[in-house]
Design a protein around this ligand. Sequence first.
Ligand SMILES: [Zn+2]
Length: 308
Amino acid sequence: MGRKRMLRQKSDCPPGASAHRILRVGLAIGLALTLAGCGRRTEKSFIAVTIEPQRYFAERIAGNRFEIYTVVPPGQSPETYDATPRQMLRFNQCAAYLLMGSQIGFEQAWIQSILDNNPAMKVFNLSEGFRLISDDNAESDGHHHHHAGGVDPHVWSSVEGARTIAANTFRAFAELDPAGEQLYRENYLRLTDDIDATDSLIRAELAPLGRCAFIIYHPALTYFAREYNLEQLCIELDGKEPSPARLKELVDAVKTHNVKVIFIQQEFDPANARRLAEATGCRLVSINLQAYDWSREMIRLAKALADE
Ligand SMILES: [Zn+2]
């Protein structure tokens, strides 16, 4: 389903329905043979995902039945990363690509050529059903949430996003491998319990703070702020380094909004955040929203905000 839509969006001539069905059937047979095992040790199918948190959700649900391959390496931004020629070859081994699907830069730039080179690959959209924030539906609270590119792609940096990703990941594996559906469902339910527990821990940390504001270099916590009624102020503006006027604005905002924490991310130069922290006395906290252990990183975020 995701693939058809993607092709329609990006190309004027989608493949015929019958050709599509043949590919699907062929893939299903290939998968069935791979998974049947026949007593011999057979190679597992790879499933491609864009970033490490997706691998976390996929492995929690798929167990040992698939090998999950993360495309964007640690420390690289999934908004600007380019696939290497070696990676382009590696996609031949992947039965499917689980797209973040939130218009993130890497996928926007590369998914079409990946599919052109691997026409049998299935594609799923893990953000399907999630309410994305874009320039068109800006949920403004006076400080605009503009993310360069118009749509905020950071669905995974929120609990609501995690629920959507988990549900869509489950559906993807059930479709790819119906024989494993029962296992995927059990794993999925266990995962949603853990997501709920993460949510409760975050709420417990944030409850005493009321509505608080934080500063972050790149606006990667827009959805997190939305669901916990926090205010996100970002240092960069339209994807660029801030002007001196912008920095001055932020120094003032620290006082008026009672900001205590400035988050820095390894994909971005921390120089301006450091300067701001020195000028205001805010705590500088390094976060990694591409960490594999999604739950731990989300709780760490909440604790950093709550820490006095
Ligand atoms: Zn971003």
